[in-house]
Every structure is written in structure tokens, then in C-alpha cells.
Ligand binder design. Structure first.
Ligand SMILES: [Zn+2]
Length: 550
């Protein structure tokens, strides 16, 4: 790998001079983009809503004004501005009838309160479970390479698996699953996938705030609304009819009534010897109809064709979608505006497109990929990565941006989750020119590496990271940065109050985008192929296509 930082140091290029070579990003434009995209008129940018149409029109008009070309689906030999993304859309019809039977007594459950049942994605047109037996399966992990199997051959047919969130060494911080850092086995998406592989009728994930890394409000908000998946050939191999979360207190009571101790069983589940435990005398009943259909949402794609190696591509990505219209908050606000999440990333994409178009064309192509349905499970990026418009083998890197900080500049930056790859080294070297240092994700246990749109690229081997704003603010230091972060997570993340503020200066983002511009521009004007570290789980997938890269 060519070490850009070293070659530049050798040339004695000063930090100030270097910074001056990246085009300026206008914080006012960023603010205007975010303000428009997160306005009530855009209705929270739900996929397949009127808000999507507005969003697409706005982003395309901005890409056009920026001077980039359409890079989407090919139609009659010409690229469109969008890539059609067919999605299975599923809704529970009306109020679902849900209850537990505990020693002969029926305990009714209210959707969104004790339980959050997701609209089925297995192709079911109705769910009718009567007193399905409950089985606690620990962390629900089957990891042969780690010699770990929580199921031990238990028969889950017609039964509901009850499972803990995160992975078996989260609580102790030491073990075979990355210690406190979350492996993919800790993600709720993995839990449901494994439940389907085990042939269960359903799965209830016990919500606990620390290992989930978010509160019940987030669970209720993002699981009781319309659900989506990419259209699959065999949906029931990826989903069970019932996919739900329950509150911890509900689980503790259920265990108690079955003569079991939740905390004691949780401890057992942290060991290899754990065996599934039936919750005797208890059952789960669910009765509801499902409205499902296939709808089409869109990724928006702008592109600058490379002058020398147009078939080699650097991708910048960000999701445009948010939660749309949902349950009202205490103030009665039903529009989940998603200003930070992720009007900021979309604005960043637009302004990066403008910056690239203002400069001489790069040698490699640069794609600005504004994906849909991130909030529904990274579906737009999953679709792109499964049906890439430009081959993944010759995609140099994906630089993703999600929920950037609209405040002033920080002295550091981060990436989502923990990963080892050349791309991060290059970003770190580039950021040094602006005197920024890399701070590792302080909460790798939250599994952020699996929670943003770079992940569908990463799991297919494409070097990919999701850039994160720093929290050591130039003005106010770590105290101020952390306070703002904490406030965002507690009060605004995935809530209707994630709204644009006139007081946001966007100066930190504008500066950070110069760094990301430089990283992408350096890659687009080089012939290097950054890779994953030797011990990365994504290295093998990348190396498998090595012969396609010259
Ligand atoms: Zn996001």
C-alpha cells in the first residue's frame, strides 16, 4: 500500500498548505440541505411515501446542480439517477391480539408496551399461534468456529425461542466473542436469522438497555411500524413468523412464574455448557392478519466517470431515509424528521459531489450513493451490494456517512465499530493534516460496525468504513462533546425531536468533509487497492477477487 502521509511528509508539505488544497465545503449549504430534507414537508423520509418522492427530487436536483452525472440503473443504454430497490413491505393489520398464558391464566400484552412484535417478513399472510411453548435459548448463538452452540439440538418447531441480546461475553467483557466489543452474533438481526435456521415459530428478544445499547422507546418505535426486507427467493429461511422484543421486567416475571431465575440463567448462558430451558406451564398466543406487498423504493446515484480507470470505483454512501410518520411523542409530534440521522449524511454526499465536480476529473470513477431503507435494516445498501451497478471486485472502497455532528469542529474523529483495515490507516493519516486524531469507538459493544450502510460492502470484502464525527470539541473539549452526544442519544435519536436547529453551525462537518474529500480523491487518483488486515473476517472475501484487480 502506498503511504500517502509519508510521501507527503517527504515533500515537506505543510499542514496549512495541504488543507488549502481541498475544496472548501460551505457550512451554510450543509445547513440548508439538512433543513430542507428534515422539514415536516418531507414527512420523515419514509421509503415508499410522499416523503421519498420529495427526497429523490431534491437530491437529484442538487446532484444536477453540483455537476455530477446520473449513475443509477441502465435504461436503453443510459444511466438513470436512481437504482430501483424492490422491497417486501409488511404491516400488522389493526391491533394484534397478543398474550402469554402463565399457569393457566391469560396475561394480555399491549403492542409497543410490554412487547414489540414486528410485522412478519417470512411471507405469512396471517399469524395464528395458540399457546406456543416458550424455550429460553441463552444468547441464541451457533458459532461452530468458536465451538459454541446455545441450541444443543433442541427442537424449536412450533415453539418460541426467548433470547438475550448482545453476545455471551458482553457482561463479563472477556471471552470468545471479542470481549465487550459486539460480534455479529450479538446483533438482533443475527438472532432472528438463527431462529429461522433453527425452524422456530418465533423469537422474543429480551430487551436490556446496556447490552442493546438503546432504550425501550427505540425498540418500540422502530419495531411496531411498517417492516421491510429486500425481496428474497425463500423469505422463510431468513425470518420466522413472529419476531419480537419483550421488556426485561416481563421476562423476569415469566421466568419467575416458571420457577426460574432470570439472572442465574443469564449467567449460565455465558458458558459453553448452557442448555436450552423450557419455560414450563407458559405459552405465547398471537393472532393477527398481515398486509404485505412488494413496493419499490430507490437508491439515488450520482457519478463522476474516471478519466483513466473508469471501471474502478470509489463510493461515498449515506442513507436518505428515516422513520417517516409514527407514534406521537409527548408533544404530539408524529413526524420523525431525522435531521441528524441522516439528513446530515445526505447533505454531506451532495456537498462532496459538488466538491468533486468543481475539480479536475479523477482517474477512477467516484460514485455518490444515497441509499434507501437503512432504518429498515440496511436494505438499500444490501440491495446495491447484492446487485452492484459497478463491480465490487473493482470497487476501491466505500466511505459511509451516517448521523454526522452539526456542531463545531472536534479535535478527533471515529468510525462506527471496531475494524482493522488500510482504509482506516489512510483516513487517520489524512486527518492528521488537519490535526485530527482517531479515537476508537468507545462502545464497540454496541455493534456499530454492523449498523450502518458500509456493512453490506464489508461483508462482501469491499474495504468499507462509516465515518463518525469526533467528540473532543475545539470549543468545550470532551465535556461539551460528550454532553451533546449523550443528549442526542437520550432525547433525539430515532425520536420526532431529531429536528434541524438554526443554532447549528455545521463548521465541524464542513471541515471533516474536506478530510473525507481528500481521502476519496487520493484513492481516486491512485492505483492502490487498500485491503483488510490479515486477521480480519472480511479479508478472505476480498482476496477471493484479487485477480480482478490490476
Ligand atoms: Zn442513520
Amino acid at each position: 500500500m502506498k503511504r500517502l502521509a509519508l510521501s507527503l511528509l517527504a515533500l515537506s508539505v505543510s499542514s496549512a498548505l495541504f488543507a488549502a488544497t481541498a475544496p472548501t465545503i460551505d457550512p451554510h449549504r450543509l445547513s440548508d440541505d439538512v433543513k430542507t430534507l428534515s422539514s415536516d414537508a418531507f414527512e420523515g423520509r419514509g421509503p415508499a411515501t410522499a416523503g421519498e418522492k420529495k427526497t429523490i427530487d431534491y437530491v437529484i436536483s442538487q446532484f444536477k446542480a453540483a455537476g455530477v452525472q446520473p449513475g443509477g440503473d441502465l435504461k436503453n443504454g443510459k444511466r438513470e439517477w436512481t437504482q430501483a430497490v424492490p422491497l417486501l413491505q409488511s404491516d400488522i393489520a389493526g391491533t394484534p391480539s397478543l398474550s402469554f398464558t402463565v399457569n393457566g391464566k391469560t396475561e394480555n400484552l399491549t403492542q409497543g408496551q410490554q412487547i414489540a412484535v414486528r410485522a412478519p417478513l417470512d411471507g405469512s399472510k396471517a399469524v395464528s399461534l395458540k399457546n406456543a411453548p416458550l424455550v429460553f435459548v441463552g444468547y441464541g448463538v451457533k458459532a461452530p468456529e468458536r465451538n459454541w452452540d446455545d441450541f444443543k439440538g433442541v427442537d424449536l418447531k412450533g415453539k418460541i425461542a426467548v433470547v438475550l441480546i448482545n453476545d455471551p461475553d458482553f457482561e463479563t467483557g472477556v471471552g470468545d466473542f471479542g470481549g465487550k466489543a459486539m460480534t455479529y452474533y450479538g446483533r438482533w438481526t443475527y438472532k432472528y436469522e438463527e431462529a429461522a435456521r433453527q425452524g422456530a415459530a418465533g423469537m422474543l428478544i429480551v430487551h436490556e438497555t446496556a447490552p442493546a445499547s438503546y432504550g425501550w422507546a427505540t425498540v418500540a418505535n422502530s419495531n411496531t411500524n411498517t417492516q421491510f426486507d429486500v425481496v428474497r427467493d425463500h423469505p422463510s429461511s431468513a425470518h420466522t413468523p413472529v419476531e419480537a422484543w419483550i421488556q426485561r421486567d416481563v421476562a423476569v416475571d415469566l421466568f419467575k412464574a416458571a420457577g426460574l431465575d432470570f439472572e442465574a440463567l443469564k449467567k449460565q448462558a455465558q458458558t459453553r455448557d448452557f442448555k436450552p430451558v423450557a419455560l414450563k406451564g407458559e405459552g405465547f398466543t398471537a393472532d393477527f392478519k398481515v398486509n404485505s406487498k412488494v413496493i419499490t423504493s430507490y437508491n439515488i446515484v450520482g457519478r463522476i466517470e474516471g478519466t483513466k480507470r473508469p471501471d474502478e470505483t470509489v463510493i461515498y454512501s449515506a442513507h436518505w431515509d428515516h422513520l417517516g410518520i409514527g407514534a406521537p411523542d409527548a408533544k404530539g409530534d408524529k413526524i420523525y424528521n431525522g435531521a441528524v440521522d441522516n439528513a446530515t449524511g445526505t447533505a454531506a454526499l451532495i456537498e462532496l459531489a459538488r466538491a468533486f465536480a468543481s475539480q479536475p476529473k479523477p482517474e477512477r470513477s467516484v460514485v455518490f450513493l444515497n441509499v434507501t431503507a437503512e432504518e429498515k435494516g440496511l436494505l438499500g445498501s444490501e440491495y446495491y451490494a447484492s446487485k452492484p451497478l459497478y463491480p465490487l471486485a473493482t470497487t476501491v472502497a466505500d466511505i459511509n456517512m451516517d448521523a454526522l455532528d452539526p456542531h463545531g469542529p472536534a479535535r478527533n474523529f471515529t468510525i462506527s465499530g471496531s475494524a482493522k483495515l488500510d482504509l482506516l490507516d489512510e483516513l487517520t493519516d489524512t486527518a492528521k493534516k488537519w490535526s485530527l486524531v482517531y479515537s476508537a469507538d468507545p462502545k464497540p459493544e454496541a455493534g456499530h460496525f454492523f449498523r450502518s450502510d458500509h456493512f453490506p460492502f464489508a461483508k462482501r470484502g469491499v474495504p468499507a468504513i462509516s465515518f463518525g464525527s469526533g467528540n473532543d470539541w475545539v470549543d468545550g473539549g470532551l465535556a461539551a462533546g460528550k454532553a451533546a452526544e449523550d443528549e442526542y442519544v437520550a432525547k433525539h435519536y430515532h425520536q420526532p425531536s431529531d429536528e434541524w436547529q438554526a443554532s447549528w453551525p455545521f463548521t465541524g462537518m464542513a471541515r471533516d468533509l474536506q478530510i473525507l474529500y481528500t481521502l476519496g480523491s487520493d484513492l481516486a487518483n491512485s492505483d492502490t487497492w487498500p485491503n483488510w488486515s490479515k486477521d480480519s473476517e472480511f479479508r478472505a472475501a476480498r482476496d477471493a477477487t484479487a485477480s480482478q484487480r490490476k
